[in-house]
Design a protein around this ligand. Structure first.
Ligand code: GLU
Length: 491
């Protein structure tokens, strides 16, 4: 019943949809200003203003020869938000919605995201204004290579300069093209050339665990919040992920992996929203089974063990404990914030909740775990990939066998001392040395847990801080500001 009522209410307002959405960078600036107010005693106001703005914006056009011989103009951007640490870092998005405002906002988020999780990079972002579904693979390759060439000519890419990564509409394939183009153009002069981009295929210098990193980070972050009884009490939420119902918006790399890990952790995925429709089953969906269906049919819609909704975003206001927007910005706005039934919004995407919608959700007592913390797993593992590339060695290669030899001697000694033997399965588990993926997962888990408690400590130290998002911004801005203060202002 509740579902039907909400839908009617939403339909009534749908003609006004998106009208109230303020520009994305403005929304990020509102969040920033709120946090900066808490730092005015520590840092000069002018410095905080400088930290808010984007340092460099490269907006450019280039021609694309389509497969049919026609020439089309492509509009693209790269924005470097902060150079307090180098290289700058952030994904490249292929989407029709790309514009300067969006790329600036996303670049700014990258700065604070990196600072929060102690990734020693400034923030950046790139965007190409195309719908990749409308282009052939060869056309996408030409676009990606030309884009990279332009970045190189303007000094907007390089292992020590600015390091792109995947984002909405791009993946490992595009990252391999970027690496190859960079290496072709720099002519083998840079031994660290592979570190010019992250999110590459394993075979091209990628790191194990990068593909699932953002989704896994979302899970680690959500799990940590759901262990935080102090925070949960304030919002009247019971601890633990087990048995909580979840709706995920977006079933791309981030949404799929977030859903998979949440399900493995005991959450019940009741709804999945995609650009072409949504599926819902209050008893729960099996994420792998939905994925198989999508691979076979090309869409999640029509999945036989759930009800399909053509207007997928209706599910944003369906009953569930946790809503995980994992697609694009501006999904929860003043238009639908009032009707959201989730108790927690876990921002796997960047900017899914507008600053105006947040006010409504706050008043309604809905807990938001913000993007700049929750989806930082991607850039964290990108950092590990970059480290792998500049150290030219796979994680675990040096220590794995040594650890196994030590563990074997230890297990043998225990068996001798107690006069009993472990089963072969137990023995293997005890002896096993860490592989690259184990180390990446462990590093990511530590990063997300450490960052969570650091944000909480900022919040505990200053109870005036409004909410988790503001506390996360304070954590990020404080680190950037401190770096600027120590570096000084170059004349
Ligand atoms: N595009 C991702 C993000 O928004 C990853 C960025 C990166 O790995 O550099 O966080």
């Amino acid at each position: 019943m509740a579902v039907a009522k909400d839908v009617v209410k939403q339909r009534r307002t749908s003609s006004r949809r998106k009208k109230d959405v303020i520009p994305f960078f403005k929304s990020v600036s509102i969040y920033f200003n709120r946090a900066a107010n808490h730092l005015l005693k520590e840092y000069p106001a002018g410095l905080l203003k400088q930290i808010r703005e984007c340092n460099a914006v490269y907006s450019f056009h280039f021609p694309l020869r389509r497969d049919d011989g026609n020439i089309e103009v492509v509009h693209a951007y790269r924005v470097e938000h902060s150079h307090h640490r180098l290289p700058t870092k952030g994904g490249i998005r292929f989407s029709e919605l790309v514009d300067q405002d969006e790329v600036e906002a996303l670049a700014a988020l990258m700065t604070f995201k990196c600072a929060i999780v102690h990734v020693p990079f400034g923030g950046a972002k790139g965007g190409v204004k195309i719908n990749p579904r409308n282009y052939s693979v060869t056309e996408l390759e030409r676009i990606t290579r030309r884009y990279t060439t332009q970045l190189l000519h303007k000094h907007f890419i390089g292992p020590a300069v600015d390091v792109p990564a995947p984002d909405y509409g791009t993946g490992e394939r595009e990252m391999a093209w970027i690496a190859d183009t960079y290496m072709m153009l720099t002519g083998g002069s840079d031994i660290n050339a592979l570190a010019c981009v992250t999110g590459k295929p394993i075979n091209q210098g990628g790191v194990r665990g990068r593909r699932e990193a953002t989704g896994l980070g979302v899970y680690y972050g959500l799990r940590e919040a759901l262990r935080d009884t102090d925070l949960l009490k304030r919002y009247g939420i019971l601890p633990g992920i087990e048995g909580k119902t979840v709706i995920v918006q977006g079933f791309g790399n981030v949404g799929y992996h977030a859903a998979k890990f949440i399900q493995e952790g005991g959450g019940i995925i009741v709804g999945i929203i995609e650009y072409d429709g949504a599926i819902y089953n209050p008893k729960g969906l099996d994420v792998e089974d939905v994925q198989r269906w999508r691979q076979e049919t090309g869409s999640i819609t029509g999945y036989p063990k759930a009800k399909t909704y053509k207007n997928g975003n209706r599910l944003l206001t369906f009953p569930c404990d946790i809503l995980v927007p994992a697609a694009l910005e501006n999904q929860i706005t003043v238009e639908n914030a009032e009707y959201v039934q989730a108790k927690i919004i876990a921002e796997a995407a960047n900017g899914p909740v507008t600053s105006q919608a947040e006010e409504i959700l706050e008043k309604r007592g809905i807990l938001i775990i913000p993007d700049l913390y929750l989806n930082a797993g991607g850039v964290t593992v990108s950092y590990f990939e970059w480290l792998k590339n500049i150290s030219h060695i796979r994680f675990g290669r040096m220590g794995k066998r040594f650890d196994e030899a030590v563990n074997t001697r230890l297990v043998d000694s225990i068996e001798r001392l107690v006069g009993k033997q472990f089963s072969q399965i137990e023995r293997n588990l005890l002896i096993r040395g860490a592989e690259e993926q184990d180390l990446v997962y462990s590093g990511l888990e530590e990063t997300m847990i450490f960052a969570y408690h650091e944000i909480k400590s900022y919040w505990n130290a200053n109870p005036e801080i409004e909410n988790f998002r503001t506390a996360a911004y304070v954590s990020g801005i404080d680190k950037v500001a401190l770096a600027y203060m120590q570096l000084g202002v170059f004349p």
